[in-house]
Design a protein around this ligand. Structure first.
Ligand code: BES
Ligand code: MN
Ligand code: ZN
Length: 497
């Protein structure tokens, strides 16, 4: 996809398909409709005269124009100008891109003059939001679908503006495109079946993406992992024919003096539940159990290409959770990297077992902040559904920063309490801690388990079980892998201290 900008009025740009945004407020609405009528002629005049379109948020109007320059005009309502948000603009951009795709149009124009002059967003912010959302909305995981030749593909988007902020718009387009592509990397990894993405191939993909984007990747195999004493990674991987991998990503060593942030991602490439096997209905979805790893890899792709001035470490423990005669069993006791032991009461609570090793291993990098992302519990999906990831941690400032990054990107998080009372639910009679906490507050007891393995750093845990794959289409997130976490972390990392 090529995204460009052009400095022009809406009436003088040539296009097969031009999108414009219209505010509902009387004075803006009147001015917009007047100028659109002037530029596009009689059919547009009649369309507005019909009063079918009042520019309410999400309302659309599609007209074949009488202009020689542009055949089709697509107007999208943004509602009240005083209530405009960047998310509404993302949604409108997605609506436009999806319409152009449905009409099999090769090149579309998006006129941004109205929101540039009548909103508080900078030209750059607008360009980021629009290019990002347009690209994300066009995504489809179709790698394994035989291609039929069904007409033109949308290959170019042109942002049309009358302002002199061409440089800002171009910067914004570049940023938006990088963030969208990084999110799409995460979506592709999440959507890939377990036969394609298992620990070894996940590591290879990380190396490949790292080479292109400019971050370094180190991969440990089974022997090295065992030698380091990562009993969780080894234990969970025992039931599978696929060997585990421990992947370390690193970017920005030259910025070490500003501190180090580590991102830890759960990389269970398929979660059958192990000996505590899951019910067969819905098990296919468990190919997405490396969504945390995908978010870390996608984030690294974006931050390296955006050249963020920070030292960032990524840690991905990766296993396939299967069952065989060699598998870890309920009742087994595992010794983790930091020497602490855990009782495996349920082999399906495997994510925390491998994260325990990664979180304690993170200590060797002396990080100021560690953020882990994991599709950790069904309980979190029950609590928050698909609209927010669960957040827990030991530092309110980092959590608040993530919370604002979430509100801004709409890759949202919601904090759950970590009261001391929950801790006793994972007490074990035979080991330092037990890997399940019973029926209630499953997302929180999982968080408490992780907390037992953190080092001396600020730590936040994001349970992305509900947000990483969607059952239904959302505006710019088609059903399936969403890439949750990438836009959130990029925003957080761009702004953190
Ligand atoms: N990967 C699952 C969590 C999950 C469930 C993610 C549903 C997305 C949708 C995790 O490994 C798991 O199986 N958790 C168990 C924990 C339980 C055994 C304490 C769960 O949530 O049922
Ligand atoms: Mn599980
Ligand atoms: Zn899992």
């Amino acid at each position: 996809m090529i995204i460009k900008s052009v400095r022009s009025t809406i009436g003088s740009v040539s296009s097969e398909f031009i999108t414009t945004f219209v505010f509902q407020d009387e004075k803006f609405y009147k001015r917009s409709t007047l100028s659109l009528t002037e530029s596009f002629g009689k059919s547009v005049d009649s369309a507005f005269a019909s009063k079918d379109f009042s520019a309410k948020e999400g309302e659309t109007l599609f007209v074949y124009t009488n202009s020689k320059k542009s055949l089709r005009l697509f107007a999208i309502g943004l509602g009240d100008s005083k209530k405009i948000t960047i998310e509404k603009i993302r949604r409108a951009a997605a609506t436009a891109a999806k319409k152009a795709k449905a009409l099999k149009i090769a090149s579309m124009v998006i006129d941004i003059a109205e929101i540039e002059s009548n909103s508080t967003f900078s030209s750059e912010e607008l360009a980021v939001a629009i290019s990002e959302a347009a690209l994300l909305s066009l995504y489809k995981y179709d790698k394994y679908i035989s291609k039929e030749n069904n007409g033109e593909q949308l290959t170019s988007i042109i942002l049309c503006s009358t302002s002199a902020n061409t440089k800002e718009i171009q910067n914004g387009i570049r940023t938006g495109q990088i963030i969208a592509e990084a999110t799409i990397h995460a979506r592709n990894l999440t959507n890939a079946p377990g036969s394609e993405i298992y620990p070894e191939t996940l590591a290879k993909e990380t190396v490949r993406i790292g080479k292109k984007a400019g971050f370094t990747v180190t991969v440990f195999g089974r022997k090295k992992i065992a030698g380091l004493g990562m009993g969780g990674v080894i234990g969970v991987s025992k039931g599978s024919e696929k060997e585990p991998r421990f992947i370390t990503l690193e970017y920005g060593t030259q910025y070490k003096k500003n501190g180090t942030i580590a991102l830890v991602g759960k990389g269970v490439t398929f979660d059958s539940g192990g000996i505590s096997i899951k019910p067969s209905s819905g098990m296919a979805e468990m190919k997405m159990d490396m969504g945390g790893a995908a978010a870390v890899i996608g984030t690294f792709d974006a931050i390296s290409r955006l050249k963020i001035r920070r030292h960032i470490i990524g840690l991905i423990p990766s296993v396939e959770n299967m069952l065989s005669g060699a598998a870890v069993k309920p009742g087994d006791i595992i010794r983790h990297y930091n020497g602490k032991t855990s009782e495996v009461d349920n082999t399906d609570a495997e994510g925390r077992l491998i994260l325990a090793d990664a979180l304690s291993y993170a200590e060797i990098f002396n990080p100021d902040v560690v953020i882990d992302l994991a599709t950790l519990t069904g309980a979190c999906v029950v609590a928050l559904g698909h609209y927010a990831s669960g957040m827990m941690g030991n530092d309110q400032k980092v959590m608040d920063a993530l919370s604002s990054a979430g509100d801004k990107t709409y890759d949202r998080v919601w904090q759950l309490p970590m009261y001391d009372e929950y801790e006793k639910l994972i007490k074990s009679e035979v080991a330092d801690v037990k890997n399940v906490g019973g029926r209630w507050a499953g997302a929180i007891t999982a968080g408490w388990f992780l907390k037992k393995f953190i080092g001396d750093y600020k730590w936040v845990h994001l349970d992305i079980a509900g947000t990483v794959i969607l059952e239904e289409n959302q505006d710019y997130i088609p059903r399936g892998g969403s890439g949750a976490g990438v836009r959130l972390l990029v925003e957080f990392l761009q702004n953190w201290k």
